[in-house]
Design a protein around this ligand. Structure first.
Ligand code: C5P
Length: 322
């Protein structure tokens, strides 16, 4: 019987990039947040052998480079199972969009394949396989609000943030993540020459700001405003100085993305940012009608945009197989 799984997107609420490591990855720290927008992954296992990827979207690779293919191969080997696995990807999320589409598809494939085979991998094995396939996969084994450490694959569940309205603007630009990291290294090197401040620890700074923000204990000494928790946390996101380092290298390369952020802010977003290395730019809104208006304004300006909501851990798991 085919198994169908919703594959939700994520955004990054800030992202601090650390040093380039000997293994070619960068240390980073980020707060991931899952959102309701999703693809749908269908997995069927029949007689025979092999893995086949099907998608109506021509941008989706159907060969071994697809993260769904790579994870299915690892799951089969780990469970010592054989069969003809057909994975159908109903694509709604942008490709190379910084909202974890490919990573989320892979984790959804793992869950669906386990179900289809009627076997369950131990949690530690799921985590090992997910981290092997990509840095952004393990967060989807947690869902909701998640702290990302190391190269992004070390994940810690955080208490869920309140649900916010969100507009995801997805300009038709594909940003290469390795190239964005490379540009960051170039920038850090240039700045180090200018300021002699190579050792400034962005990760510690981010951690202090993020924990101050999440616990309501600001590091700036400014007491948090009283009032609605959802609104206070949203306003404090900006005040806490939580930013995405990728903006500093991606915006100069694609100035239209900075413009998208400005439009979202003008349309009433309390906080707007690039997600991951882009090209998705999101805005968080208190008011649903305002979010819908902002998404409409973006679409009228020729930028595909959707109004949706952030997704708590509980809803993430409830809705995955619904
Ligand atoms: O892990 P993932 O497959 O998403 O990484 C793709 C590429 O992005 C890596 O090969 C690396 O060049 C870069 N990357 C990095 N530091 C990270 C995550 C990714 O340099 N923390």
């Amino acid at each position: 019987m085919p198994i169908t799984v919703r594959s939700f997107a994520k955004i990054n609420l800030g992202l601090a990039i650390g040093l380039s490591r000997p293994d070619g990855f960068h240390g980073l720290r980020t707060v991931y947040q899952t959102v309701m927008l999703h693809d749908v992954i269908k997995v069927e296992v029949g007689r025979g052998v092999g893995i086949e990827i099907r998608s109506k979207d021509s941008r989706v690779p159907t060969d071994e480079s697809n993260t769904c293919w790579r994870i299915a191969d690892r799951v089969l080997r780990s469970l010592r199972q054989r069969g003809k696995v057909v994975i159908t990807i109903d694509k709604k999320l942008p490709v190379q969009g910084g909202i974890g589409g490919g990573s989320s598809n892979a984790v959804a494939t793992m869950f669906a394949l386990e179900k289809a085979l009627k076997y369950e991998l131990p949690a530690a094995e799921r985590l090992r396989i997910a981290a092997e396939v990509g840095s952004d996969l393990p967060l989807f084994l947690v869902g909701g609000t998640v702290l990302g450490c190391s190269r992004g694959e070390e994940v810690w569940p955080l208490p869920d943030l309140p649900s916010w309205n969100i507009v995801l603007a997805t300009p038709n630009i594909g940003v290469s993540t390795p190239a964005a990291f490379q540009r960051w290294d170039d920038l850090v090197q240039r700045e180090a020459k200018l300021t002699d401040n190579a050792s400034s620890d962005r990760i510690s700074l981010f951690s202090r700001s993020a924990f101050g923000w999440l616990t309501g204990e600001p590091t700036t000494g400014v007491p948090p405003k009283r009032g609605d928790r959802a609104e206070t946390l949203l306003l404090d996101l900006v005040r806490a100085g939580i930013e995405n380092d990728f903006e500093r290298v991606v915006f100069p390369e694609y100035p239209e993305l900075r413009d998208v952020k400005r439009v979202l802010e003008r349309e009433g977003a309390k906080y707007a940012s690039l997600s991951g290395s882009g090209s998705t730019v999101y805005g968080l809104f208190m008011d649903q009608a305002e979010a819908v208006r902002a998404a409409d304004a973006m679409c009228n300006a020729g930028i595909p945009a959707t109004a949706t909501r952030t997704l708590s851990r509980q809803h993430y798991w409830e809705q995955m197989f619904a």
